[in-house]
Design a protein around this ligand. Structure first.
Ligand SMILES: [Zn+2]
Length: 239
């Protein structure tokens, strides 16, 4: 059975083709993907409707589908406020713990495909304590999970969809987490149950972005964007 949650021992034997990046979130857009095993060294554009792989059994796939709804609300709020109504103030409230679990699920989807370990494409084995949290109501251990990385969001750097990179131990090359931009908002999701702010800044400059001078906030309570001339946008996250 090809299922990254198989360590829980309760898979059903029906494979599913899971969207490894939830297509409902970006409404069928194409994304530019780099680092998938079948891209070689060239970035490719994928229509998200087709971006599926056998990575979860049906039972485990269905059990996590609610995470996509919360991430979809985040995506729609950003798109609406950058493109459709840039000048008005707007506020929304979302469940940070669910957004965090969605980002861990996406990390495991991509890691199981080998997409976080170039050029060897070694499969990431998800750590059991975090897998158990995703399938129960338990909280993700303190230190692991979602970090917001500073950088204003404007219609210049807004980009629909998801781009990602790996965070690895420099000595062992072990995958410790994932950097990702979500419609232009920059995050890191970490697997380590220890404070990650310093390690994230030690990434230095990656793809033109300087993590070394960034503000890094673990489990941010609010994310603001907009400017003095545009409306003020606030995403409140409840943890
Ligand atoms: Zn399963």
């Amino acid at each position: 059975m090809e299922c990254w949650a198989a360590i829980l021992g309760d898979c059903d034997d029906i494979p599913s083709r899971e969207h490894y990046i939830s297509d409902s979130i970006f409404e069928g857009e194409t994304i530019t993907a780099f680092g998938l095993p079948w891209c070689n060294d060239k970035p490719i554009s994928i229509g998200l409707g087709a971006a599926t792989a056998k990575i979860l059994c049906r039972k485990h796939n269905q059990a996590l589908s609610d995470f996509d709804n919360e991430a979809s609300k985040l995506s729609k709020f950003i798109t609406l406020n950058i493109f459709d109504r840039p000048l008005v103030d707007d506020t929304t409230e979302l469940n940070g713990r669910i957004i965090e679990k969605w980002s861990l699920k996406t990390l495991f989807n991509l890691g199981w495909l080998g997409a976080l370990d170039r050029p060897s494409f070694t499969r990431l084995t998800p750590p059991r304590p975090i897998v158990e949290c995703l399938f129960s109501g338990a909280h993700v251990p303190e230190g692991a999970g979602l970090y917001l990385v500073s950088g204003g969001l404007t219609n210049e750097n807004y980009k629909t969809g998801l781009a990602w990179g790996s965070v690895r131990n420099h000595q062992t090359q072990k995958v410790l987490g994932m950097t990702f931009t979500f419609n232009g908002l920059r995050f890191v999701v970490s697997l380590l149950p220890t404070p990650g702010e310093e390690k994230i800044r030690m990434n230095g400059v990656v793809d033109g972005f300087d993590y070394g001078s960034a503000n890094v906030t673990y489990r941010p309570r609010n994310i603001t964007f907009g400017s003095n001339t545009a409306g003020r946008k606030i995403i409140n996250l409840v943890w």
